[in-house]
Design a protein around this ligand. Structure first.
Ligand SMILES: Nc1ncnc2c1ncn2[C@@H]1O[C@H](COP(=O)(O)OP(=O)(O)OP(=O)(O)O)[C@@H](O)[C@H]1O
Length: 231
């Protein structure tokens, strides 16, 4: 099941999370309505990426709920990927494949079909990657790889976009291209959560994740029993 229609709202209710055996945040609640962009702000390590990973279904909160349009999502029940498109710090591109092959593979996983050709060409053009479509990704510069990873947002329909540091490595022209894509998504009723230390030229509301730091001291060492080496 994939949801490709706009939603009414995304509700996070009293979320708490632990990583490495230490609390990261607690009591985190917010409502995000259709057409809104929430910029996740706060100091390094306050939990912005952690929050996006929870919303993407990659990490379980220790308590609290996430609901999309009133449906409370549970890992292994309704897949979060049915609602949300996530881009984290890793680009999830296969270096030996061409950009086109990478896009097709991702679209097959998310939609069951190759990338629609017209959309593929349009999105590649949007991120100035048309001439690289049939080149293996391993020959791309870091900014080109990041733009290649961002292409998923132009190719796959999901009501919610989860973007972790979406501007990293982008020159000003491509920052504008990204902002244009985000604005189009918001205008169509999409919801975007973006963790970023840099301003993006798309209107949104700041949300300070640091404000939900745990009352208890979490500055001690990691407990090796809880480290997530895969992440
Ligand atoms: N793989 C992991 N295993 C255990 N703990 C982790 C792991 N990744 C992150 N953490 C811990 O989770 C906490 C929140 O990290 P997170 O990456 O969410 O912060 P952030 O706000 O996104 O930081 P930044 O601004 O530096 O990107 C930190 O204390 C970090 O040490």
């Amino acid at each position: 099941m994939a949801i490709d229609q706009p939603m009414i709202e995304l509700v996070l209710d009293s979320l708490a999370c632990q990583r490495g055996g230490r609390p990261v945040f607690e009591g985190l609640s917010v409502r995000v309505k259709a057409g809104h962009l929430l910029y996740l702000k706060g100091a390094n390590g306050c939990g912005k990426s952690t929050l996006l990973r929870i919303l993407g279904g990659l990490l379980a909160p220790s308590s609290g709920t996430v609901s999309y349009d009133g449906t409370v999502l549970q890992q292994h029940d309704i897949p979060f990927s049915a609602y949300a498109l996530y881009l984290g710090h890793q680009n999830a591109l296969k270096p030996i494949w061409t950009l086109r092959q990478n896009c097709d593979a991702l679209c097959r996983i998310m939609t069951g079909r190759d990338a629609p050709v017209e959309r593929l060409l349009e999105t590649a053009e949007h991120f100035d990657l048309s001439r690289l479509l049939d080149q293996p990704v391993r020959y791309f510069s870091s900014g080109q790889k990041h733009r290649a990873a961002l292409m998923r947002f132009g190719l796959i329909d999901r009501p919610v976009w989860l973007m972790d540091e979406p501007t990293v490595g982008l020159d000003s022209k491509n920052r504008d291209a990204l902002a244009g894509l985000m604005e189009k998504k918001l205008a169509s009723g999409g919801i975007i959560l973006a963790a970023t230390h840099d301003p993006v030229a798309a209107a949104g509301t700041d949300f300070d994740v640091s404000a939900f730091a745990p009352a208890s001291d979490n500055s001690g060492p990691f407990s090796s029993a809880f480290l997530e080496d895969w992440a």
